[in-house]
Ligand binder design. Structure first.
Ligand SMILES: *[C@@H]1O[C@H](CO)[C@@H](O)[C@H](O)[C@H]1NC(C)=O
Ligand SMILES: *[C@@H]1O[C@H](CO)[C@@H](O)[C@H](O)[C@H]1NC(C)=O
Ligand SMILES: *[C@@H]1O[C@H](CO)[C@@H](O)[C@H](O)[C@H]1NC(C)=O
Length: 332
């Protein structure tokens, strides 16, 4: 499907990135890129800062950071078809925007919690969600259906404006703005653009299009979603994945256990969980496992079926109606 000329070019670019990552990064962050780790003691605790890769003083920045174990050539491997001529967001997504966005959350533990293996698994899990939600791969796609993550950055033929009038006082729709799915973990509806914009201090309610125009912002919104509980008294996807969350007796009875399955439960709830062998759920699992393999971690590290899947889990909050993504992903 894609011109062979392009594959050669992509390989050349990947090789260039591999050889001189700092030179590439240096275009925008020259000074920061070569900044060494700053180590300080604050109230008897060791805290660090790693320039553009891990912003601010945090104990998490003392650990392996994402760009230590996930480099540009690996990003190219995971999303190898995203710049193919038939991809719908060719030229949009790149490694630099992912790392720049991640740098805001690494000081809070994104990819930096616990040992390096936990960090690598978390990045694979997060990107598994992203890859599945933005894929245009299907059964017969060149390179296999899993090679087509980051093919989209927005919903292609939205059937509506996704303006919910119930929120007209809190998150009023801007005249003419359309709140269709956009981003790495697509955002739908005025209230979700409103909440995300508040958190990121960007006026997404009046400018939802920022998400489809800025890959760093799109990744930032997705990582924020991953790191933040959607509701009070709920853990975040990050918490259930890295083991910050301890299941209660109710959780155990509802088969909710820490792991990838619980991240799908928190982000999509009953749209994909508690339904046995759901196709969307299986697609996310396949992307996660594929990325674990490509990152050299190996899919066996994902754990047993009941940890990876949420097919048997009751949802965290069955009455949930404000999950950030609709089941109509941009790829469907
Ligand atoms: C940093 O990594 C070590 C293991 O490599 C781990 O024991 C420690 O908990 C990590 N620190 C944080 C803040 O997660
Ligand atoms: C893209 O978003 C990032 C993160 O919010 C921001 O720092 C940057 O200035 C934006 N780029 C443009 C061109 O607006
Ligand atoms: C556990 O579930 C029961 C039945 O749904 C509920 O009444 C109870 O409040 C729950 N306990 C906790 C701690 O959430």
């Amino acid at each position: 499907m894609e011109a062979p000329k392009w594959s050669f070019l992509a390989a050349a670019i990947a090789a260039a990135l591999l050889l001189s990552p700092l030179a590439v990064i240096g275009e925008e962050d020259g000074a920061a890129a070569t900044k060494p780790t700053v180590v300080k003691m604050v109230k008897g605790k060791k805290v660090c800062s790693k320039g553009w890769e891990c912003k601010g003083l945090s104990e998490y920045c003392c650990n392996h950071t994402i760009s230590d174990y996930f480099q540009a050539y690996q990003f190219e491997n995971l999303f190898s078809k995203r710049n193919s001529p038939v991809a719908h967001a060719a030229g949009f997504w790149d490694y630099h925007s992912f790392i720049t966005a991640a740098a805001e959350y690494q000081p809070h533990g994104f990819g930096t919690t616990g040992a390096k293996l936990t960090g690598m698994k978390e990045v694979a899990a997060f990107l598994g969600h992203v890859g599945s939600k933005t894929s245009c791969g299907y059964g017969v796609a060149t390179g296999g259906p899993l090679a087509w993550g980051l093919c989209y950055n927005k919903e292609m033929s939205p059937s509506q404006y996704y303006c919910d009038d119930y929120f007209k006082y809190t998150y009023p729709c801007s005249p003419g703005a359309a709140y269709y799915g956009r981003g790495a973990i697509p955002i739908y509806w005025n209230y979700n653009y409103g909440k995300t914009g508040e958190a990121l201090k960007v006026d997404l309610l009046n400018h939802p299009e920022y998400i489809e125009n800025n890959a760093t912002l799109a990744f930032q919104a997705a990582i924020w979603r991953w790191m933040t509980p959607a509701k009070k008294h709920q853990p975040s996807a990050h918490d259930v994945f890295v083991g910050n969350w301890k299941p209660t007796r109710n959780d155990t009875l509802a088969k909710r256990v820490p792991g990838f399955g619980a991240t799908m439960n928190l982000l999509y709830g009953e749209e994909v969980c508690g339904k046995g062998d759901d196709e969307h759920m299986n697609n996310m699992i396949s992307h996660y496992q594929y990325y674990l393999d490509l990152m050299g971690v190996g899919r066996e590290e994902a754990g047993p079926h009941e940890v990876v899947s949420c097919g048997e889990q009751a949802t965290f909050d069955p009455s949930s109606s404000s999950s950030s993504s609709s089941s109509s992903s941009s790829s469907s």
